[in-house]
Each structure stands twice: as C-alpha cells, then as structure tokens.
Design a protein around this ligand. Structure first.
Ligand code: ADP
Length: 268
C-alpha cells in the first residue's frame, strides 16, 4: 500500500539524514519529539493574543467603528494584544538561542546595586498599578561589584521582578537583597509576599511554558518562558538559581554571582 511505501521512504530518508549528520537515530527521535512539543506550545501561546486582535478588529468592522469612544477603546486593546505578541516572540527568540547555546556570556565588571536600581526604575509604574512597593534591603550608596554579563543579568532581574509583581498581592512588597556568600560569591534574592507556589509545582517551574495556573497567568500576559530564560542565563554563568515558596505566603527566588574581587580591592 502507498502508506507503507511512504513510511519506508521516510524512514530511509531519516536514516540517511542521521548518517550524514552523524547523529544517533535515538537522538534524532528525541529531537523530533522536542521540536513537535515546542511548536505545539508556541502556536498555543500565540493563539490567545491573535484571537484577541481578531476579535476587536471584527467587532470594529461590524459597526463598532462608528462610535468614537468604543473605537478608541477597542483599538487600544488590540494594540495591547499586539504588544503581547511582540513580547512572546522576543522571548521565543531568546529561549531558542539560549537552548541552542548560541548566546554567549559576555562578562564585565559592574555594580549590581546600580543595576537593581535601574530595573526598579523601569518597573516602578507596573508595581504601582498593583500598589506593590519595591524595596531594597541594602545601602544604595555601597557598591557591590560583580563579574557577569550585565545585559543578561538585567533580564534575569527583570523577569524575577515582573513575576513578583504579577503573582504578588495588591499592597504587597517585593524586596531585593544582595548578600556575601562564601568565597568570591554573592547571592541576589528577590522576595515577594504574594500568592506563592504549591510544592508539587516547584520541580517543574523552570521548564519552558510551564505554569502553575494555566488560566490565571495567561490573562496576566506572560509567555511561560520567563523562568526558563532565567535558569538558562544563570546556568550559562555557571551559577545557581534557587526557589523557596509557600502557598499564600510568598516566594523567594535567588541566584549567585561571582564577585569582582580585584575591583573591590582597588576601590578600598
Ligand atoms: P509566566 O509567563 O507564566 O509568568 P514564568 O516562566 O515566568 O512564566 O513562570 C512560570 C510560572 O511560575 C508562572 O506561571 C507562575 O505560576 C509561577 N511563578 C513564577 N514566579 C512566581 C512568583 N513570584 N510567585 C508565584 N508564582 C510564580
């Protein structure tokens, strides 16, 4: 039957491909599963904002356009959904590169305290909307120099802080601290008093597209990639990421960084 022939040809083609590329056939199968899973998740993530845009556009075309106020409201909502699409695509691009090992860590020495201050400034408005206060458990004027990829660590801090706001309760607090660890390490902690994470979910939290509450966080507008990106970046630095959380009480995400000893000595 044609199907058998097709399958046979396909199998032969895959075997040839594997041989040419010197890939074990099992590895190829795993990769194929992985690719399918990834693509399935991607289209799922993109669907919600796309349907949102379509919904508003169709309603506008159906007559809502005639009312000036409604027109403005719907266009603005469609625009927000497009913003979300862009955000998801950017995250997808980043995770693809990180998973392929295509993004190199480019270490430089910088003051982590200053970087935290910058991220606070960028997220202040977002936090204020939920009346969440971002606090810093240290002296702003006391620099702590670390050696890391500044831009990528900014992404790590941003993702963790955005989550603490997203999953934080109104009128809550997110606190960031930097502490000395043994030897040449510091640990950066991001602590919130938000909804927390049930224990059963913690082991899978850093998987891409993994979410505790599928419906809830989708409306909050995440890509489900935030923590996967965080983990990749921290591990690409050969550092560690930790999470501690208690349902209804709050969460603490922390990661280690290498101190820039020489610079610190030079300053004192
Ligand atoms: P998302 O885009 O869904 O926020 P993330 O990878 O950033 O994706 O986070 C994965 C899941 O982990 C979230 O959907 C949420 O359920 C949970 N989570 C992450 N950070 C926190 C936090 N600070 N408090 C409570 N839950 C969190």
């Amino acid at each position: 039957a044609p199907i058998t022939t097709d399958m046979k040809t396909l199998t032969q083609e895959i075997e040839k491909f594997a041989k040419d590329k010197k890939i074990e056939i099992d590895t190829l199968k795993i990769r194929e599963e992985y690719r399918k899973d990834f693509l399935g998740n991607v289209s799922h993530e993109l669907k919600t904002p796309l349907f949102t845009v379509q919904g508003y556009l169709e309603t506008l075309l159906d007559g809502a356009m005639d009312d000036k106020n409604i027109r403005k409201k719907y266009i603005s909502r469609a625009n927000k959904a497009v913003d979300r699409l862009i955000y998801i695509v950017k995250d997808l691009d980043l995770i693809t590169k990180l998973e392929a090992g295509e993004l190199n860590v480019d270490p430089e020495q910088f003051n982590i305290i200053e970087l935290i201050g910058n991220v606070f400034d960028l997220l202040e408005m977002k936090a204020a909307k939920k009346k969440i206060v971002l606090t810093f458990d240290m002296d702003y004027n006391e620099p702590v120099y670390v050696k890391a990829d500044r831009e990528k660590i900014q992404q790590v801090l941003t993702n963790l802080l955005v989550n603490s706001i997203k999953y934080g309760y109104e009128n809550g607090t997110t606190e960031v601290s930097v502490e000395n660890l043994i030897r040449n390490k510091v640990i950066v902690r991001v602590t919130d008093n938000g909804e927390g994470i049930p224990k059963a979910h913690i082991p899978r939290l850093f998987e891409r597209f993994y979410r505790v509450d599928k419906s809830g966080s989708r409306t909050e507008g995440g890509s489900g990639l935030g923590l996967a990106i965080v983990k990749h970046i921290v591990e690409a630095h050969n550092e560690k990421i930790y999470v501690e959380s208690s349902e209804g009480v709050g969460s603490e995400f922390s990661f280690t960084l290498e101190k820039a000893e020489d610079l610190e000595n030079a300053q004192s």
